[in-house]
Write a protein that binds this ligand. Structure first.
Ligand SMILES: [Zn+2]
Length: 439
């Protein structure tokens, strides 16, 4: 999956680097930059790239010697983690942007190498729901990773036509303590690189010393044509330079459904399109904020699945915006939805207990999906393996809104419980939390 073993990656890199050296002193390709911002508007950088040992799993020199340090390196200065108001932590191999359930954009055209759970067996591991794009630029093959998403709009093998195309919605899946976008860039040899380049001037980039050929290039495209790289727009620009705001160029779907539309249609867990597998029980809502419109909900006492399958002809053949209702007090760390539509499927996952504020009920946007309405399509909610039987997690509804025309359909998927991440699983990951570094 995504960046699964850096030790091997780096070893293989050494071979490839050797190969490159044997090819002769070919001139480094002129890098003009090709990356576009992975988001609209402006956000914060919550965690920078550690130039010293950006080896995420743990800090290992390329010779295989494990090191222990809490120091990180940025632009010529070593810092204790988070000291001196530098956001980041030792070993971080990418950039964390402070997106909160917002659109995530392709930073370049390319092929979708991966789109799904980093570890299908554990949705709380690594990058969670993530996309990896690949492209070739100036003779070098690059991959970009977009991690901790809540919903995907692309699937594996798909072509992304242009930078700025939608990949999904940011979130907090995987090993994440709060919603953000983990963005990382690596090259043919799977060597991490900082797309902002190295700002240390005459001081040698530490990353270039870890292994031959490790480079830090400013890969941001020159968007305004003035000859300089234009990074994404950030509000804490003491960390990296800030570029111009990238404005949406498409018609935005609604991040929250318009419930005022009179033709809104709600499908919930009390209708006959809702079926369950496993041990479920129903409860009435203790408070209106516990359920959507004060209706009843389901709880579970073991791993279970719930499916909402609209009947043939109920949905028109077109794209729908899909929403999940997050009730107040929801405690689920990973509500996982599989959206089977138009002979394919996508995943969405919501960390309900961190969705904006736990005191707020609201809709979570799960992306836009094309349905045929042939009756075979469904949305499945499952506890995966995160559940603790008997615990009091809440799960949610889902809402489908039609993209165009005046009529909106809504499919409200209702509650499930039992999705709390097992405490024992936390230690199973050798990786650190990709923190949101709330500043
Ligand atoms: Zn990160």
């Amino acid at each position: 999956m995504f960046k699964q073993n850096r030790v091997f990656s780096i070893i293989s890199f050494v071979f490839i680097a050797t190969f490159i050296l044997l090819r002769g002193a070919a001139a480094q390709p002129q890098n003009t930059g090709f990356l576009y911002p992975p988001y609209f508007g402006t956000t914060t950088v919550n965690s920078i790239f550690d130039h010293e040992y950006p080896v995420y799993d743990d800090e290992i020199k390329y010779v295989g010697e494990a090191i222990t340090t809490t120091l990180m390196h940025n632009d010529g200065v070593r810092y204790q983690d988070t000291a001196n108001n530098i956001p980041g932590y030792s070993g971080h191999d990418g950039i964390d942007y402070g997106l909160r359930y917002q659109y995530v954009l392709a930073s370049h055209a390319g092929t979708v190498l991966e789109a799904g759970w980093d570890d299908p067996a554990n949705h709380r591991l690594n990058l969670g729901l993530a996309v990896q794009l690949e492209t070739t630029h100036n003779g070098e093959t690059y991959q970009t990773d977009y991690g901790h998403l809540s919903a995907l709009w692309v699937s594996q093998g798909e072509m992304v036509d242009a930078a700025g195309d939608l990949l999904g919605i940011s979130g907090s899946t995987g090993n994440s303590t709060g919603p953000h976008l983990h963005f990382s860039v690596h090259d043919t040899a799977d060597a991490d690189m900082n797309p902002y380049g190295w700002g240390g001037g005459a001081i040698v980039d530490p990353w270039s010393q870890v292994a031959t050929g490790m480079v830090s290039l400013n890969l941001w495209a020159d968007r305004d044509g003035n000859g300089t790289n234009d990074p994404p727009s950030i509000s804490n620009s003491t960390v990296y330079s800030s570029g111009a705001v990238l404005a949406p160029t498409f018609t935005d779907p609604r991040l929250t459904p318009d419930l005022a539309i009179s033709t809104t249609y709600i499908l919930d867990d009390s209708d006959d399109e809702f079926t369950t597998i496993g041990l479920w029980q129903t409860e009435t809502c203790a408070a209106a904020t516990d359920c959507y419109e004060d209706e009843w909900h389901h709880t579970v006492i073991s791993d279970v699945t719930a499916v909402w399958q609209p009947a043939a002809g109920e949905l028109y053949a077109q794209e729908y915006d899909l929403y999940a209702y997050i009730p107040q007090g929801a405690t689920t760390t990973q509500a996982s939805y599989r959206i089977n539509h138009n002979s394919t499927y996508h995943w969405a996952g919501i960390r309900q207990n961190g969705f904006f504020a736990s005191t707020n009920q609201r809709w979570a946007y799960l992306g836009r999906y094309e349905f045929t309405g042939d009756g075979s399509e469904y949305i499945q909610l499952t506890s995966k393996n995160e559940g603790i039987p008997g615990t009091d997690d809440e799960v949610t509804g889902v809402n489908i809104g039609r993209r165009v025309e005046q009529r909106h359909w809504k499919l409200l998927l209702r509650k499930q419980r039992d999705l709390t991440f097992r405490a024992g699983d936390a230690g199973a990951s050798p990786r650190r939390a990709c923190t949101s570094a709330a500043v």
